[in-house]
Design a protein around this ligand. Structure first.
Ligand code: NAD
Ligand code: MN
Length: 498
């Protein structure tokens, strides 16, 4: 289906407030509301519920009550409803994209691929579930071995603010397909599109199958992970909170999926077309406003082309258009909050102190009419691999550049960080490409095209980047448990236990 006519930001009407969605109804939160802000203008767009223990408790109860019927709903019907959710997202996408643009400060044009991917997630799992349960049972001596998958139960899911709709789709689609019910905690910094969309979802599904509790991490988030009625936790966000979620899951002995940070290498071999490689590299660290765990933020360039490549990289970075997020030609919008912007700028100070060189950028800039916004230049920093600036996740439009000589050396540099989410390789040499890809500690490797997200590709991290995989069929395993049933034709012969 073609996208519908574009929508003007002034025509967007947010609800006055977005309370939690519990048992199919919007509920009044007992602790009131939090302002939802447009970071580019400082304007308050609406208010989101400030949920705590009380709302989480009600939401978990609703999810728990809805579970038996939902988990016994036929897979054909679950599939049909997931496709219906995809349709509704598709029909409402232009309005939701603009809402998300206003709420996050990210450039409007980025939401086209975001929503395509999100709609696709629901369709993918609507299809995948139809064949998921096939096979696996077979005759054994004197009977049958039956193996079956069952849902885990009530899933507590916590998502970040950077790509709200993608995250919502990644969490809801496989969990629903596998027959689970959900309590979703979206991020306090950006969740208006999620609140709008999940209300539509709640209207499609039986009451209580999807419940949504917005609010602060330490209140709503903490109450959710601590709740004894949760059977599975799934989290995307920072390593520190991820560790806490994992620890809590460990104490409760429930499964957990964690998708955490990244500091991904983007390796440039000397045989590439430099102009095209440079463009791919700039896209690789500035897309998503630089606020994504998958970005290629460590550009590792072969010695033979280092000077030329870096020179062109700077020239290309200068052309990245910083501007109002709602302008379709903008490529870098506003950082999500003052806190995150300060964190990014602080990293540039750390870089200077440790002797790294800022080759380009490094500053906050003003965009006319958006003086409040936190716009930061695409920033290129020459750094040694062991410096903090080359080791820690900045979560802003910044990349380090580092030179290398030998392929084993670059693999070592690439792997020598705590993270292992993604990696990019640019070369025309197939052997270099595949041998290097094999040796990289990364869940996703993109050769010659950064962030080339393809259907069915398992997505998740090595090392501190997380536990488990999403986006692919593996996600169904992450939301299911297996049961084996061995059936004998008859009772053992009398006296068999003598
Ligand atoms: P965060 O981890 O604090 O927030 C992510 C989600 O977790 C939000 O919904 C938040 O409300 C919730 N949360 C926070 N504390 C919680 C707690 N104690 N219990 C339960 N839930 C809790 O991330 P942030 O503060 O928004 O960003 C900080 C850094 O984290 C970023 O600069 C970036 O490095 C990283 N980050 C990574 C991703 C990712 O996609 N992997 C996304 C966002 C942020
Ligand atoms: Mn916002």
């Amino acid at each position: 289906m073609e996208t519908l006519a574009p929508i003007h930001p002034n025509t967007i009407e947010f609800a006055e407030k977005y309370g939690p969605i519990i048992n199919g109804e919007i509920v009044e939160p007992i602790n009131g509301y939090i302002d939802a802000v447009n970071p580019a203008t400082g304007k308050v767009l609406s208010k989101i519920g400030r949920c705590g223990k009380e709302e989480v408790n009600q939401a978990v109860q609703a999810a728990s009550t809805a579970l038996p019927a939902w988990s016994n709903t036929s897979i054909e019907e679950r599939s049909r409803l997931l496709n219906k959710i995809a349709d509704v997202l598709e029909e409402n996408q232009e309005r939701l994209k603009m809402m998300e643009c206003l709420d996050t400060g990210r450039p409007l044009h980025e939401f086209d691929p975001d929503y395509k991917l999100s709609i696709y997630q629901f369709r993918y799992f609507a299809s995948a579930i139809l064949t998921y349960y096939e096979g696996a049972s077979h005759p054994v001596q004197n009977g049958y071995l039956l193996t079956k998958k069952e849902p885990l139960g009530v899933c507590g899911q916590i998502i970040p603010w950077n790509v709200p709709m993608i995250m919502t789709a990644f969490k809801l689609a496989p969990a629903l397909a596998a027959g689970n019910t959900i309590v979703l905690k979206p991020a306090e910094d950006a969740c208006l599109s999620v609140m709008e969309f999940t209300k539509l979802v709640a209207d499609i599904l039986p009451k209580g199958v999807v419940n949504v509790v917005p609010g602060y991490g330490v209140e709503a988030g903490q109450a959710l992970i601590d709740h004894p009625g949760i059977d599975k936790l799934a989290f995307t966000g920072s390593v520190n909170v991820g560790r806490l979620v994992g620890k809590t899951a460990g104490e409760k002995i429930i499964p957990v999926t964690l998708e955490l940070g990244g500091k991904s290498p983007h390796i440039v071999f000397p045989d590439v077309d430099i102009d095209r490689a440079v463009e791919n590299a700039v896209f690789g660290f500035t897309t998503f406003n630089g606020q994504s765990c998958i970005l290629g933020t460590r550009i590792l360039i072969h010695d033979d082309i280092y000077e030329t490549f870096v020179e062109k990289l700077i020239e290309r970075a200068k052309q990245v258009k910083i501007g109002p997020p709602t302008d379709r030609s903008t490529r870098l919008g506003s950082i999500i909050s003052e806190k995150q912007a300060k964190r990014i700028l602080h990293y540039f100070e750390i870089a200077k102190k440790e002797g790294a060189k800022i080759l380009y950028g490094g500053n906050r800039v003003t965009v006319q009419g958006h003086e409040h916004g936190y716009f930061i230049e695409p920033t290129i920093i020459e750094a040694e691999p062991d410096m903090r600036i080359a080791q820690e996740e900045i979560f802003g439009p910044a990349a380090t550049v580092t030179r290398w000589n030998d392929v084993n050396e670059v693999i070592k540099i690439a792997n020598d960080v705590e993270y292992g989410l993604a990696a990019g390789i640019m070369t025309n040499n197939l052997e270099n490409a595949l041998q290097t890809a094999n040796k990289l500690e990364a869940g996703s490797v993109w050769i010659n095209s950064y962030f080339n997200f393809q259907s069915g590709a398992p997505f998740g991290g090595y090392k501190n980047s997380g536990v488990g995989r999403e986006y692919s069929k593996e996600a169904l395993d992450a939301y299911s448990q297996s049961k084996s049933i061995v059936a004998a034709y008859q009772l053992p012969p009398a006296g068999f236990f003598k």
